[in-house]
Design a protein. Structure first.
Lengths: 327, 655
């Protein structure tokens, strides 16, 4: 190309003399160089020393083959992988494969496989490892107490459960605010009440009592320390229990509208039944009371609602009370 | 985050007490309790410390011989494979920690937050004391209790400048600190790796006196008036520790004249340096007994330090007989006093009894009977010298394999491995152990031990590698050579000519028999080893390393390549031999050439065979048999025949 360029300028020199000389000089100087290597010439205004020093070859130490090659078949795996650790292909002598490839191809091998490193592995919890650790911990264990073999037994001796939680975390602080929480639970049937006390106790504890399981649970977290919360939970239990046996004067003012259930004894239907039973009775004669089973059936009918069973039961009781012979 | 949930059951009695407090029974329900059956028995809790469980779990973990020490990364690229690499990797990890420490100190204003609860003092930036900082006695006493020598000395000088009176108790504790460290900042304790690799440097320093005469310690001492026994003790111990023997002894005598009651450890420190005070064995023993007499007059009870100091003194006796009798006299006496010997005591006994030019002593057998199978703990600084010395005695003094194994078993009992000392002593221990085993055990048993120890616990030095190769050669166990060669490459032993020649000789002299299935792969493997070696040496020549080819070496490589059916490479190697005839000292052996010619016959390449013949003729080697073989092996064309004739004449046609 350079040759053709000079040729072109040579032809053009016939027309432009002035330009020709300068250009010719330029091209004839550059000619041999350009012919040797066709590189893009850069206009360098400042002369910079070019440093084309060859980089020294860095001698690399030979890398040893993965140590899983040298592992014996009967090696002690618990020594090779003693604790939780992310997967490392050179230390695990298993031909593992994991990951997605196109259909038909084998899954990627264990080397340089991020999929295997991502998932948690349980290589440190092999059955022999667990067995060894259990053996090592046995010397800290006491035998199960005598006389507490069944659940029924220990539940009778130890009716109250106290649950607390310890936290271990990778933080500069060893404290965790959640650790103060204390849960105290017990079966309500282990406490002894009368009808009023039970009613009042359940009103006091509210939804801390689970009706289905008969379990009462106090969760306390308002104090900063666990010990304080524990004491507070026991205090709550004790206070509620004692309070439930106290009958305040205003409790007597409970009107019918305040009743949560229908009670036969307090209501008009008892009076009406009495009236019917004592119809035309002589003055001063002993009053006839409706039978308790009648009262029950009325209570059931109103408390549980009308259904076939309750209605039939009520019918039977009314017939019995009024001495109407059944057909 | 881990969490553990605790379920605690409260016994009935506990809860009943709080609910029935005051003796009032509210219960209207039937109060007949269910019939109590057999009383319950709850066993007592087994007491344990906070770390007992962790230690029990850690006790289940054995040592995996294929894995590196846990301070290194378990990754092929990062597992150190030479002693230098081990040191470099461990130290660089620690220097990272140092850099972090430095940043913490340099930018202390950025690390003022205290997140940790409870606060960790070590993480807080340390106090900086300058010429104009406000100090008082409490800050000095705090610095002394922290062992900050430099700052303590600075604060002391500041206090002095201000003219603050310092109580003599505080002066005494500063004196003790300064004497203990000889007024030099010690290596901080947290640089574990530095300590592990340091010991072999310090050994050189330890020969001469390092005590700083007329320094702060003596100034402090002179300021304490009246002199207390403690101040004498501190200064004497400091001088004795840093080998200022004369003055320490003079001080001791001064104290004796003033009837000042010193303590046992001060006498121990003087007994330790008796060898500096007196020259001959008799004089030393005399002084030693005098000092012990003095102790008994002052009603001082000797301890383990006294026993070891006396034995150290005895171990410096040149007179073997005196040393022996003295040691035998000392031991029962201390036993009577109820001083139990430590590992350091046994170390001194070993160096007293098992001397290089002395008679053979079997004292180590008794020692091992005494402590075999026991879990030991450190009681004296010299305890860490025992194992390396014991193994040295097993190898060089008694040459007894079973004893060495007993020592090794003791080392691996319980936590005894903590007593190995440092990297230097550990490598001495294993050097002696491996050298002894490779001389006394069968090669199969030895290779099992070798596999367990090398390279993660111990990397053999070239000298030990030579011993191992010798054992392999004696047993003709050529099947182990590829394994050992790959180790040698990794440990960078490939530029030792003697080792290279050894490997080649073993492989050439023990031609593997192709009949047995175990040897089926061997010729090929040997050829690979030879080729690898050829390339390594060629590279080494370019890099101007010491090693270079000899004719013998190249001949062996040639033979191995031929045997491994790698004719192509063999021709290349032979071309190298032929081309550089004048540069390579020596010639290949004749058998090597013969085997090469045989191979070229098999591969039907007469020109190679003729080159070999020409080489033989040029170097004045036996050529007629070669020529005959070539003539019989090939059907040569005219040019080749002519060449053959021109090389050896007509003689090969005769037969």
């Amino acid at each position: 190309m350079a040759n053709s360029l000079t040729r072109f300028w040579g032809q053009g020199s016939l027309q432009k003399h002035v330009v020709q000389t300068g250009l010719r000089g330029f091209s004839s100087q550059q000619n041999p160089e350009v012919e040797e290597e066709e590189e893009f010439r850069v206009l360098s205004l400042r002369t910079v020393k070019q440093q084309f020093q060859k980089r020294r070859e860095v001698k690399k130490d030979p890398v040893t083959p993965p140590r899983s090659n040298r592992m014996a078949v009967d090696q002690d795996w618990t020594a090779a992988w003693p604790g939780p650790r992310s997967f490392h292909p050179a230390s695990v002598p298993l031909p593992l494969r994991q990951g997605f490839t196109e259909r038909g191809a084998a899954a990627p091998s264990k080397f340089a496989n991020a999929e295997l490193m991502k998932i948690p592995n349980f290589l440190h919890l092999t059955p022999p490892a667990i067995r060894q650790q259990c053996e090592a911990l046995k010397k800290f264990c006491t035998p199960w107490p005598k006389g507490l073999e069944t659940e029924a037994k220990w539940q009778r001796h130890f009716p109250v459960e106290v649950i607390t939680t310890d936290y271990l975390q990778a933080l500069p602080t060893i404290r965790n605010p959640e650790a103060r929480r204390v849960t105290v639970s017990l079966k309500l049937s282990d406490l002894k009440f009368d009808a009023h006390a039970r009613d009042k106790f359940l009103r006091l504890v509210g939804d801390r009592y689970d009706k289905d399981t008969d379990i009462l649970t106090f969760v306390t977290d308002r104090c900063p320390l666990r010990k304080q919360n524990y004491d507070y939970a026991l205090y709550l239990l004790t206070a509620c229990y004692h309070e439930s046996f106290v009958t305040e004067p205003w409790e007597a003012t409970k009107s019918e509208a305040d009743m949560e259930v229908y009670l036969f004894g307090r209501n008009k239907s008892k009076l009406s039944a009495e009236e019917i039973l004592n119809w035309n009775a002589a003055e001063g004669a002993p009053k006839v009371e409706p039978s308790p089973s009648y009262g029950q059936s009325v209570e059931q009918l109103i408390n549980e609602g009308e259904n076939e069973y309750n209605l039939t039961k009520y019918k039977e009781e009314v017939k019995k009370m009024l001495n109407i012979a059944s057909q | 985050m881990y969490l553990s949930r605790h379920l605690r059951l409260l016994p009935k009695a506990n809860i009943a007490r709080s609910l029935n407090g005051g003796g009032v029974h509210y219960t209207t329900a039937s109060s007949a309790a269910p019939a109590e059956d057999s009383p319950i028995q709850i066993p007592n809790r087994i007491q344990r410390s906070p770390t007992d469980l962790l230690q029990a779990l850690a006790g289940t973990v054995g040592r995996d011989s294929t894995a590196p020490h846990y301070k290194y990364h378990d990754d092929p690229f990062l597992i150190p494979m030479s002693n230098a690499a081990k040191r470099t990797y461990a130290m660089s990890k620690e220097s990272g920690r140092k850099a972090a420490q430095w940043i913490k100190e340099e930018h202390r204003d950025l690390f003022l937050h205290h997140e940790a609860q409870p606060a960790i003092e070590k993480f807080a930036p340390s106090m900086v004391f300058t010429e104009d900082s406000q100090v008082d006695e409490t800050s000095l006493s705090q610095l002394i209790s922290q062992g900050e020598l430099k700052d303590a000395v600075l604060v002391y000088s500041l206090l002095e400048k201000k003219g603050v009176a310092i109580s003599s108790d505080l002066k005494q504790s500063l004196l003790e600190l300064v004497c203990f460290y000889n007024n030099e900042d010690p290596l901080p304790e947290e640089w574990i790796e530095e300590r592990w690799f340091l010991q072999n440097n310090r050994r050189r320093e330890r020969s001469g006196k390092t005590w700083k005469d007329g320094d702060l310690a003596e100034k402090l001492y002179s300021e304490i008036e009246p002199k207390t026994p403690e101040s004498y003790a501190a200064l004497i111990r400091g001088m004795a520790k840093y080998l200022q023997g004369e003055r320490a002894f003079a001080l001791l005598q001064e104290a004796a004249e003033k009837r000042i009651q010193l303590d046992t450890n001060t006498y121990n420190s003087i007994i330790q340096i008796v060898s500096l005070l007196k020259d001959t064995a008799e004089q030393r023993w005399q002084l030693c007994t005098d000092l012990l007499q003095e102790m008994s007059q002052q009603k001082l009870r000797p301890n383990i330090g006294t026993l070891n100091a006396v034995l150290e003194c005895i171990s410096t006796f040149g007179n073997f007989k005196l040393a022996r009798t003295a040691a035998l006299k000392v031991l029962p006496e201390f036993k009577q006093l109820g001083v139990n010997p430590s590992l350091g005591t046994y170390y001194y006994l070993l160096i007293i009894f098992c001397r290089e030019r002395g008679p053979v002593s079997h004292i180590i057998v008794d020692i091992l009977n005494d402590i075999g199978g026991k879990e030991l703990s450190i009681v004296h600084p010299k305890d860490t010298y025992f194992f390396a010395t014991a193994m040295d005695v097993c190898r060089n003094h008694l040459h007894d394999k079973s004893l060495a194994k007993k020592v090794d078993a003791l080392l691996h009992t319980g936590k005894n491995y903590d007593l190995i000392g440092d990297s230097f002593k550990e490598s001495i221990y294993y050097r002696n152990f491996l050298a002894l085993l490779c001389q006394t055990e069968t090669i199969e048993d030895f290779m099992q031990t070798y596999d367990q120890l090398v390279p993660n616990i111990y990397i053999p030095e070239p000298g030990i590698m030579e011993e191992i190769l010798r054992a392999v050669e004696i047993n003709g166990a050529v099947e182990h050579v590829p394994r050992i060669w790959s180790d040698m490459v990794v440990f960078d032993h490939t530029h030792r000519e003697s080792l290279l020649l050894y490997v080649l000789r073993i492989m050439v002299n023990n031609k593997p028999s192709t009949d047995s299935p175990a040897h089926q792969q061997l010729p090929e493997q040997c050829a690979k080893v030879a080729l690898d070696m050829y390339e390594k040496v060629e590279e080494a020549v370019k890099r101007l390393r010491k090693v270079s080819f000899t004719g013998q070496m190249l001949g062996d490589i040639l033979t191995l390549l031929v045997r491994g059916d790698n004719f192509e490479k063999a021709t290349e190697v032979f071309a190298h031999i032929d081309k550089n005839q004048h540069r390579i000292p020596g010639t290949p052996s004749e058998t090597a050439l013969q085997e090469f010619v045989e191979a070229s016959i098999q591969n039907k390449s007469p020109s190679q065979a003729l080159t070999a013949l020409q080489y033989a003729v040029d170097n004045n080697m036996e050529s007629s048999t070669l020529a005959r073989r070539i003539h019989n092996g090939f059907t040569l064309n005219e040019t080749h025949l002519a060449k053959l004739k021109s090389l050896v004449g007509e003689s090969f046609l005769e037969k």
